[in-house]
Ligand binder design. Structure first.
Ligand SMILES: *Cc1c(COP(=O)(O)O)cnc(C)c1O
Length: 419
C-alpha cells in the first residue's frame, strides 16, 4: 500500500509540474506522444522496423539490390520517366542541389515566394550569386500563373522558375500544373519544391513539365528526416551542361553515374534507405493516388470542423498537406500548441516567423488517418473551451463524422440516420 501511495504521490507531483493549476486536479496520467506535425510526420511501423537491418555495407550486392529497388520504386510512385536520385540531406539539401547543379552565378531567375519556404529559395539564390526576380504573395495567398507568364514574357533571359507546390508555412498550394504549362514554352526550367506536395496533391511531373522536383523523407514518405529526392528532366540535364557553379558533395551528375551501378557517390544513409524501401512498398500497394486522396479527405474534414467551430482558415488557396488555422480573436496560437502538448502530449505546429502566434497547423501528409483527426478535433474543442472560447462539444467532431460518412458509408445506411 505504501508503494502505491508513493507512486500516486510521484504521479501527482509529475502532473502538477506539467499542469501547474492548483484548483483542477488533472488525472489523465498516461498520454502517448503523438507527432502530428507537417514534417517530421508519424512513422510507418514497417519502415521503422526495417531500419534495424542497417548493418550492411554499401559496396556490396545486398546494398546495390536495395538501392536499385528504391530508385525504381521512387520513379514508379512519382510517376515519372525522369531520373530520380537521392541525397543524404534534409529537404533543403535537395533545394540547394537543384540550384547549384543547373545554374551559374549571375544567372537570372524567377522565384514565386508565398511564405517561409519561398523565402528559402530567395536565400539560396543569394547564396549562389544568382539574380532573382521575386514574385511575392502575401502570407496565405499564392502567386498566380498569369504573373509567372508576364514575368517570363518581360525577361527572355530567365533561366529558371522556382516555386513551392505546397507552401507548408501557410498551408497554401500553388497551381503548378498551370505554371508548368507556361514555363514549358520557354527556355527556362521549372524547379518545384514538392517536399510537402508529393503525396498530397496530383503531380504529373512529365506531363506538366516539372523539370526538377525535390522531395524529402520526413514528409509524406512516413520515414525520419535525412534523405532528399531530386527528379530531373532531360531539359534540366541540358542546362546542367552549361552550369559553372562550384560543387563537390551535391554533384548530381556523379550521383547519376553511380546510380546506374546501384550505388551512391558517397556513403549512403543505409538505415533510411531500408526504411524508404518499406515505405515505398506500402505506397505502391496503396497507390499514390490513394495517398493523395487520403490527405485531401482529411484536409476537407479539417476545414469543415474548424469552420464549424467558428475558426478561420488562414490560406485563400488551402492545400491538403497541412491546414493553417487562425486562433479565435485575442488568443495566441501558441496557447493552443502548448495545450495540445501539455494536456494530450500531442505535437502540432505554431506559425513560423511573423506568423508565430497567428496560426496553428494541422498536418495531413503521409501516415495520418481519421482516427488521428477525430481525436485532434475533440481535443481542440476542449482546449478552446478551457481557454475562454467555449464551443459546443462534439460540433467539430460531428463535422468530421459527416465527411467520413459521406466518403465511407453507403447511402442506404445514411438514409435512415438523423445526422
Ligand atoms: C520541410 C520543407 C522543406 C525542407 O526543410 P528541411 O528542414 O530542410 O527538411 C522545404 N520546403 C518545404 C515546403 C517543406 O515543407
Amino acid at each position: 500500500m505504501a508503494a502505491v501511495a508513493q507512486a500516486v504521490s510521484l504521479l501527482s507531483r509529475e502532473s502538477s509540474r506539467l499542469f501547474p493549476c492548483p484548483t483542477i486536479p488533472y488525472r489523465m496520467y498516461i498520454k502517448k506522444q503523438r507527432l502530428l506535425t507537417p514534417g517530421p510526420t508519424p512513422l510507418l511501423p514497417a519502415a521503422l522496423h526495417a531500419m534495424m537491418g542497417s548493418d550492411i555495407h554499401h559496396r556490396t550486392e545486398d546494398f546495390r539490390n536495395l538501392y536499385r529497388q528504391v530508385l525504381a520504386d521512387l520513379k514508379e510512385v512519382l510517376g515519372t520517366s525522369n531520373d530520380v536520385l537521392t541525397l543524404v540531406a534534409s529537404g533543403s539539401g535537395g533545394l540547394e542541389a537543384a540550384t547549384q547543379n543547373f545554374f551559374s552565378p549571375g544567372d537570372e531567375t524567377l522565384v514565386c515566394c508565398a511564405g517561409k519556404f519561398g523565402e528559402r529559395w530567395v536565400e539560396i539564390m543569394k547564396a549562389w550569386g544568382m539574380k532573382a526576380t521575386v514574385l511575392k504573395a502575401r502570407y496565405g495567398d499564392v502567386v498566380a500563373p498569369a504573373a509567372v507568364e508576364a514575368a517570363l514574357a518581360a525577361n527572355p533571359n530567365l533561366k529558371g522558375v522556382f516555386v513551392q507546390a505546397s507552401e507548408t508555412s501557410t498551408g497554401a498550394a500553388h497551381d503548378v500544373k498551370a505554371m508548368g504549362e507556361i514555363v514549358k514554352k520557354t527556355k527556362a526550367i521549372f524547379v518545384v519544391d514538392a517536399i510537402t506536395g508529393i503525396g498530397t496533391m496530383p503531380l504529373d511531373i512529365d506531363g506538366w513539365g516539372l523539370d526538377i522536383i525535390v522531395g524529402g523523407s520526413q514528409k509524406a514518405f512516413m520515414i525520419p528526416p535525412g534523405l532528399a529526392f531530386v527528379a530531373i528532366s532531360p531539359k534540366a540535364w541540358a542546362l546542367a551542361e552549361t552550369s559553372t557553379a562550384p560543387r563537390f558533395y551535391f554533384d548530381l551528375k556523379k550521383e547519376k553515374k553511380n546510380a546506374v551501378n546501384g550505388e551512391s557517390a558517397w556513403t549512403p544513409n543505409t538505415a533510411l534507405l531500408l526504411a524508404l524501401g518499406e515505405a515505398l512498398k506500402y505506397i505502391k500497394n496503396l497507390g499514390m493516388d490513394k495517398l493523395v486522396a487520403n490527405a485531401e479527405i482529411l484536409a476537407r474534414a479539417t476545414r469543415a470542423a474548424v469552420t464549424e467551430l467558428g475558426l478561420v482558415i488562414f490560406s485563400s488557396s488551402p492545400g491538403s498537406s497541412v491546414t493553417a488555422v487562425r486562433p479565435p480573436a485575442g488568443m495566441d496560437s501558441g496557447v493552443i500548441v502548448k495545450e495540445f502538448r501539455n494536456r494530450f502530449n500531442a505535437i502540432i505546429t505554431n506559425g513560423q516567423g511573423s506568423m508565430k502566434g497567428e496560426i496553428f497547423r494541422i498536418a495531413h501528409l503521409g501516415y495520418f488517418d481519421f482516427h488521428d483527426l477525430f481525436a485532434l478535433i475533440a481535443e481542440l474543442e476542449l482546449i478552446l473551451t478551457a481557454n475562454g472560447y467555449p464551443v459546443k462539444f462534439g460540433s467539430g467532431v460531428a463535422a468530421v463524422q459527416n465527411v467520413y460518412a459521406e466518403v465511407a458509408m453507403p447511402q442506404a445506411v445514411l438514409a435512415g440516420t438523423n445526422r
